[in-house]
Design a protein around this ligand. Sequence first.
Ligand code: BTN
Length: 265
Amino acid sequence: MAGNPYHVIERGAAGTIGWRIHYFDEVDSTQKIAAEMAAAGAAQGTVVIAEAQTAGRGRLGRSWHSPPGLNLYQTIILRPQMPIAEVPRLSLVAGVAAAEALETVAPGLVALKWPNDVWLNGRKTGGIIAEAIANHAEQLDCVLLGIGINVNLGISDFPEELRTKATSVRIAIGRRCDRIELAATLYQRLEARFQEAEAGRFASLMQVYERYLALVGKRVTVVEGASRVAGVIEGVDGEGALLLETDHGVERILTGDVTIEGAYD
Ligand code: BTN
């Protein structure tokens, strides 16, 4: 392992997000390393960050393209007191924090595709995954919050199949972005927004989320396993559910993948 360039942004007391940052040149997945550290007792706020991942994991069993030296691949260990069923809320809160961090480098270009894709200029730049780890009593032990952000990838660094769907900060703003500064801003925003969520202000956080919500007024299909619901996106409610105007009225969608008819999949 080389020296840790993220050491300079470690901040706060134990438990603050980013108080300890473990840095690796290459891992299979930061989710896996963080799971091992969490099992060994790592405190809340511990971050695992890598230059490259050989088996980066996305949502729904997808992979996450993780070439070396260009992007941010990190997992943050959280130990919130909440029922396991509420863990998906954390990825919405993280979406707000990631949007706010990206807003500082790409003002006016940021949006959130529900539930937790981060977009610049209408293309995916970041993804968030929140994996709940239960203890023997089937209660929440910790959450492994994985956040991947395409920072300095050029278009030719993307595999062919991602070129029309994905982007990076560099492509969006036309210049390179300092990954360490961006990580520092991200951890500060995460800390602030998680404190708000823990203080019970989730509904007001969802109002902030809604300001970034992509595709409002657009017709989409939400796919969840074998179920498909088509409708026009209206917004999100105070619990983070997507509000979809369907032929049968407004439906609250709690989980699923939004696909845009005839365009983005
Ligand atoms: C998604 O949009 O599907 C979520 C992508 C999450 C990717 C990040 S990169 C850091 C962490 N380690 C992983 O293997 N996955 C997450």
